[in-house]
Design a protein around this ligand. Structure first.
Ligand code: GLA
Length: 339
């Protein structure tokens, strides 16, 4: 019995999910696989670390990858599932610390494996919500719902347009002439939970000051009412990024790669200047990707290192990558998706 879940790349819409906003992620072909057999105690073996580890569902968080196994199992138990001890084996091709949701992939794969072992069924959005509750509650990152929804509900070859307020999803087929490259900057993502949680607190503070339930409800001309310049910039990113996601969905449906690419590049500038989650390595890689002919490029995920995503000319993807690698020798191609 096993549970499987992929990594994801976010095409556009970062730091909008926890503002009840819009996002457009796409599943990658790398996956995390969790095999389970009944055991006499809870145990896990993994290629993420050496050896095996015993655990209990009432353990306090360790601050390691084991939390991404214990947390989801606790959520399943809280959901009423009758769990008996399992021996879990984890194997993953989703790069860790890259900003492509290795933790959400692990959480979702664990839930699917435990469901398979008990013959219980839950729909994909419910699996995503349980995984998300584990991440915010047990693992301690106050993240939005994007990653778990992308990983649980994404379909290969499709972008997932998600409204994070209603959790309504729309699968949008990637048109033939759209080719996305996910490239690691070579700089491990330092997702200091502290810096991430601080950004989220600022976004929530801005919404409160403007009298809205979430920044999703704010219009651009309201932002000027915020007296703190730093908070204004954070809010401007969220409001303009939400508009860019909706425009990008239109560009995808209209099969307009030039427009889609321009929105990606604007998104990067906003994440760099207004939201301040880029790094010199990510900026250099986005620049190199564009110099080599990408129609657009941006950091993807939380930022602070990790990956970029670029929209590259499908008939010249190989020479594009040779040029990018020449300019940024530490960069690593994770995946080329599309035609
Ligand atoms: C991380 C979080 C997501 C989202 C992104 C930024 O991946 O887990 O919820 O906030 O950062 O868009």
């Amino acid at each position: 019995m096993r549970g499987v879940a992929p990594g994801r790349v976010n095409l556009i819409g970062d730091h909008t999910d926890y503002a009840d906003g819009f996002v457009l992620p796409m599943p990658l072909s790398c996956t995390t696989i969790v095999e389970v057999v009944p055991g006499d105690a809870w145990r896990v073996r993994t290629d993420l670390d050496d050896g095996a580890c015993a655990f209990g569902l009432d353990d306090t968080p360790r601050g390691t990858w084991v939390d991404y196994i214990v947390g989801p199992l606790r959520e399943l138990r809280g959901h009423g599932l009758d769990l008996t001890p399992l021996d879990l084996t984890v194997a993953s091709t989703v790069p860790a610390g890259a900003g492509v949701s290795s933790s959400a992939a692990l959480e979702v794969a664990v839930i699917r494996a435990a469901l398979a072992a008990t013959d219980a069924k839950l729909d994909d959005p419910t699996v995503a919500r349980l995984a998300h509750a584990a991440e915010t509650g047990y693992c301690g990152l106050n993240c939005g719902i994007m990653d778990q929804m992308a990983v649980a509900c994404g379909a290969p070859g499709h972008a997932l347009f998600l409204d994070c307020r209603s959790e309504r999803t729309e699968q949008i087929g990637i048109p033939e002439d759209f080719c996305f490259a996910t490239v690691h900057s070579g700089e491990a993502r330092r997702l200091a939970a502290g810096a991430y949680n601080e950004r989220r607190a600022a976004v929530e503070d801005a919404a409160r000051q403007l009298g809205h339930a979430a920044l999703r409800d704010a219009a651009l001309d309201e932002i000027a009412r915020l007296t703190d310049a730093g908070l204004r910039a954070r809010a401007r990113h969220v409001v303009t990024e939400n508009a860019r996601v909706r425009a990008a969905v239109e560009a995808l449906k209209a099969k307009d790669p030039a427009r889609f690419g321009a929105l990606m590049t604007e998104s990067h500038a906003s994440l760099r200047d207004d939201f301040e989650v880029s790094t010199p390595a990510l900026d250099a890689l986005v620049g190199a990707a564009r110099d080599a002919g990408a129609l657009g490029a941006r950091l993807t995920g939380a930022g602070f290192g990790g990956c970029i995503v670029a929209l590259v000319p499908p008939d010249a993807a190989e020479s594009w990558w040779e040029n990018v690698r020449g300019a940024c020798p530490n960069a690593r191609l994770i995946e080329l998706t599309g035609s």
